[in-house]
Design a protein around this ligand. Structure first.
Ligand code: DP6
Length: 322
């Protein structure tokens, strides 16, 4: 039976996807822009033809909901597919607390396309990844990636598109690890609650397109201060929208606030560092690669661990075989 292995990196958004205008198609209410980050990666093998659909994650059978999403993704790629075996591993230190789903779904669609000899258009793969998990559509591309709203009713034009490759700009993303435990509110649930109940949500949606355009511009000009300022605003506005939800929720821990304060102090001292946060307490810090060691040192004063990431390339096939 044919099989293929593919790999993909995670990504961190500088302007955030938070809200869905279509839950079934998984279409976003906000455009977003991210950076694909190495060396973390998910590596996924799909065997096209097996006794039963089976999905293992890091060597263990995955939970039922994860398996359902994986096989629904394969069904969308090929409704007449045979049963498949899917094995996915990732090298994310658990402590980094980064979601592996974006890299996982990106590697899955690339591996399935190769294993099944489907020859699908890259845009079709990016749409299938989006339906698995929205942020996954950005992990198919390397470097700086925009996920536009799109306007096709079927969502065919809402997927990650490259803005600039990994080599475009020598930046680093530091992950200040605050906690690695399971999230109290998952990102899907969190964004749905925010859009259903937060009075700030319409304002969040309204300001997002201009912010993503400004982020794209800053990336193309390699203007780190401009990008950093947009990124902090996007993160803070997204988190403000959740704090105003009903019931409210907040991913910040005391050490998250301390890490943000370190970043602000460094900036007052003339060091270029800007933070962002996602659906968890860890703080990610964008800086020039040349400043990463010094900034990591300062962050270690308030968090136990800091992981340094750098721009990574696109998802790709590693092995094809029988
Ligand atoms: C805060 O992509 O995990 O990281 O589409 O429901 O699977 P689903 O959501 P997901 O949400 C990511 C939210 C975020 C912001 C971002 O990555 O843009």
């Amino acid at each position: 039976m044919p099989l293929a292995t593919a790999t993909a990196h995670p990504n961190i958004a500088l302007t955030k996807y938070w809200g869905k205008r279509d839950r079934v198609l998984n279409l976003p209410s906000t455009p977003s822009l991210s950076l694909t980050l190495a060396p973390f990666a998910a590596t996924t093998t799909v065997r096209w033809g097996a006794e039963a659909d089976r999905f293992t994650l890091n060597g263990r059978p995955a939970d039922a909901e994860e398996a359902r999403k994986v096989f629904a993704t394969l069904d969308r790629l090929d409704p007449r597919r045979p049963r498949c075996e899917v094995r996915s591993e990732n090298n994310f230190p658990t402590a980094a607390g980064l979601a592996s789903s974006a890299a996982g779904f990106a590697a899955l669609v690339v591996a399935a396309d190769a294993a099944g000899g489907l020859g699908l258009d890259p845009r079709a793969l990016a749409v299938a990844a989006r339906r698995g998990s929205g942020s996954a559509t950005r992990s198919l591309q390397g470097g700086w990636v925009e996920w536009p709203l799109g306007d096709a009713p079927d969502g065919a034009d809402s997927h990650g598109v490259p803005v600039a490759p990994a080599e475009h700009w020598d930046v680093a993303m530091l992950v200040a690890v605050v906690a690695a435990g399971p999230k109290p509110v998952g990102s899907t649930e969190g964004m749905l609650r925010t859009q259903a109940t937060s009075p700030y949500y319409p304002a969040w949606v309204a300001q997002a397109p201009a912010e993503t355009a400004a982020a794209r511009d800053a990336v193309l000009r390699r203007d780190l201060a401009a990008l950093g300022e947009v990124a902090e605003r996007s993160a803070l506005r997204m988190h403000a929208s959740m704090m105003a939800a009903e019931p409210p929720f907040c991913y910040w821990a005391p050490a998250s606030v301390a890490a943000m304060e370190v970043v602000r102090r460094l900036r007052r001292q003339g060091v270029g560092a800007w933070f962002t946060m996602d659906a968890g307490p860890n703080v990610k810090v964008l800086c020039a690669a040349a400043d990463a060691t010094r900034i990591a040192e300062e962050l270690r004063g308030v968090v136990a661990e800091v992981v340094a990431l750098h721009p990574g390339g696109p998802a790709r096939v590693l092995v094809r075989g029988d």
